[in-house]
Design a protein around this ligand. Structure first.
Ligand code: FAD
Length: 267
């Protein structure tokens, strides 16, 4: 691979070829028993903006070099692991987040983490409902994976919150789809093709996300059960009652006391 070409595009300090400096980028949170092995000839590239990403992709496309877009590396199925010799394209330098309070939207670059998004949104006293478990996931990653999380029953998954996507195609073309609109129903919905495409169709560089006012109040209930079937069978009854909890978690008791409840629901 012509590393000098990549250095020309993003600057020398943002191209890494030494394996010991890219160890964190060779893995993700996939269970070790099934985690794929990374390839051996890899170059880690950290572009600063969509134009640089476009130039990297044009170069890779021309030279037929595989590219692995990289978010927070919290995925659980090896999607971000570079399994062929090629380029790891990290989005970590694209971090800007703006909140449009009047229109209840956040405009976030792909490399901002879920934690940074939540903090920024909460500073404006607004609420971003979906919560896939690991807050070091990046905005681009959670859109690319159409992530869900424990609040999905009440609030749905990422797809319901994505209103706009800026992305770069493998040929280097820049795309801007959707925007700060709630009703955008003309033509084919290419934006939703990219949501959940897991890095196979385009590199997501920026997204527009729908926000909500926070709930006026919230309470947590812990309900003990003697039998786990009773706990599980209660869940449809709770949902049918019309009260949709933010999340319901099932918990096992970690020690067995003969007279004590064995498990519980927290909601
Ligand atoms: C403790 C824990 C709890 C979790 N809980 C949930 C959960 O409740 N629900 C859930 O859905 N997931 C959950 N996950 C999985 C994970 O957090 C999500 O899949 C998350 O969406 C991955 O984001 P990431 O930035 O870490 O992506 P990465 O792991 O870096 O990448 C995942 C895939 O997205 C692609 N990708 C990343 N960024 C981009 C981009 N900008 N453009 C194009 N493609 C890109 C990568 O190529 C790869 O294919 C959990 C993970 C952990 C460790």
């Amino acid at each position: 691979m012509r590393v000098e070409k990549l250095e020309d595009i993003v600057g020398k300090s943002w191209v890494i070829t030494e394996k010991e400096r890219m160890l964190d980028y060779l893995t993700d949170e996939t269970a070790i028993e099934v985690r794929p092995q990374p390839a051996s000839e890899l170059t880690l590239v950290k572009p600063a903006n969509p134009q640089e990403i476009s130039s990297v992709l044009k170069f890779a496309n021309c030279e037929k070099i595989p590219v692995f877009p990289r978010g927070g590396g919290t995925g659980l199925c090896g999607g971000a692991i570079p399994t062929e010799n090629g380029i790891i394209l990290s989005l970590e330098r694209l971090k800007k987040i703006d909140v449009d309070k009047d229109n209840l939207m956040a405009i976030a670059e792909a490399g901002a983490t879920l934690r940074e998004l939540i903090e920024k949104v909460e500073q404006e006293r607004l609420f971003f409902p979906p919560h896939p478990g690991d807050e070091s996931a990046q905005v681009g990653g959670i859109v690319a994976c159409n992530a869900g999380g424990s609040r999905a029953v009440k609030y749905g998954i990422m797809r319901s919150y994505v209103k706009g996507i800026d992305a770069v195609l493998p040929t280097g073309e820049l795309l801007s789809l959707g925007g700060e609109l709630l009703k955008n129903n003309t033509g084919y919905d290419l934006m939703h093709l990219i949501v959940g495409s897991e890095g196979t169709l385009a590199v997501i560089t920026k997204v527009v996300l729908r926000l909500f006012p926070p709930a006026a109040a919230s309470v947590t209930m812990v309900i003990p059960y003697y039998d786990r079937h009773d706990a599980i069978n209660t869940v449809p009854k709770i949902l049918q009652s019309g009260i949709i909890p933010l999340a319901i978690e099932y918990m096992d008791r970690n020690r067995n006391f003969s007279q004590a409840p064995r498990c519980g629901l927290a909601m």
